[in-house]
Design a protein around this ligand. Structure first.
Ligand SMILES: [Zn+2]
Length: 282
């Protein structure tokens, strides 16, 4: 795995000077060369649009330090983690991000009395989801803008036949009653909750309303092996640090095998601390 860190908003010379200085402070002046002018100033654009594309190898400590410094300086960034095929096919657990979209939900299916109004947790669902089903199109999996995950009947059967665990299905309804035939869709609701992530190295920050630790935007996910062993995991799992879907290699392979599209995965890192401790004692 390598990470490309995109740093934006570099049209302003002082911002570029700031990032250059941060890189020098980190002892990584070599990265200053990865500055690209994306669009030069023009008649309609007074300031050039530019960015850094900084390559980092796995677990380079400079990456976390740079991200902290950028956050403090209020400079926009976005990491892109790139995995090899082998890495993806060897990962025990993967973070599933559904990229297909079915628009907004048309009802409020949650018990608000238990839900934090800021982070929307815990999500206790008390009614079926209502959407505009036509937005599903030819997709097998998609999510609403508020990240309710919707799957087709085909995918639901595949999950059932494979005996996958850790989820329940709820019917999804169309927002108007229409006479013509509607596709049968289900909402995929993960039911198994993972133990707390390993913090650090996982980057979290507290919810400003309820204090619950929430995964920071773009953060990589780490668990301790000992915690996973204690709590166990199933094929579909939910994280405690915000509503995120974690799947096993079985689910990933099933999606690939059946040519399901419109999703991305990232490797969930598992820290084998016990083995290390044991190794150092031998
Ligand atoms: Zn909250």
């Amino acid at each position: 795995m390598k990470t490309i860190l995109y740093v934006f908003g570099m049209g302003w010379e002082e911002k570029k000077a700031l990032v250059d200085r941060l890189l020098e402070d980190l002892g990584r002046a070599d990265l200053k060369q990865h500055y690209h002018l994306v669009a030069p100033p023009s008649e309609t654009r007074l300031v050039a649009s530019a960015q850094y594309r900084l390559p980092f190898s796995q677990d380079d400590p400079a990456l976390d330090r740079l991200v902290n410094a950028l956050e403090q300086a209020g400079i926009q960034y976005r990491p892109e983690r790139r995995y090899t095929r082998k890495e993806l096919l060897q990962a025990e657990l993967l973070y599933l991000s559904v990229t297909g979209v079915v628009g907004e939900r048309k009802n409020d299916p949650y018990d608000r009395s238990q839900m934090c109004p800021r982070c929307w947790l815990p999500r206790v669902q008390v009614a079926d989801l209502v959407i505009d089903k036509r937005q599903m199109g030819k997709k097998d999996i998609a999510a609403t803008y508020t990240y309710e995950v919707v799957i087709t009947e085909r995918l639901a059967s595949l999950f059932h036949e494979a005996g996958l665990t850790g989820y329940e299905l709820r019917p999804v309804h169309h927002y108007t009653s229409r006479p013509e035939r509607e596709p049968v869709l289900y909402q995929l609701i993960p039911t198994h909750i993972l133990p707390p992530m390993a913090v650090p190295p996982t980057r979290v920050s507290p919810c400003s309303r309820c204090g619950r630790p929430l995964l920071k935007l773009f953060a990589e996910i780490f668990y301790k092996r000992t915690d996973l062993k204690r709590a166990g995991f199933q094929d579909f799992n939910l994280t405690q640090e915000g509503w995120r879907l974690i799947i096993t290699q079985r689910v990933y392979r099933l999606l690939r095998e059946h040519k399901v599209r419109k999703f991305r995965v990232e490797v969930v890192r598992i820290l084998e601390e016990e083995q290390k401790a044991l190794g150092s004692n031998l």
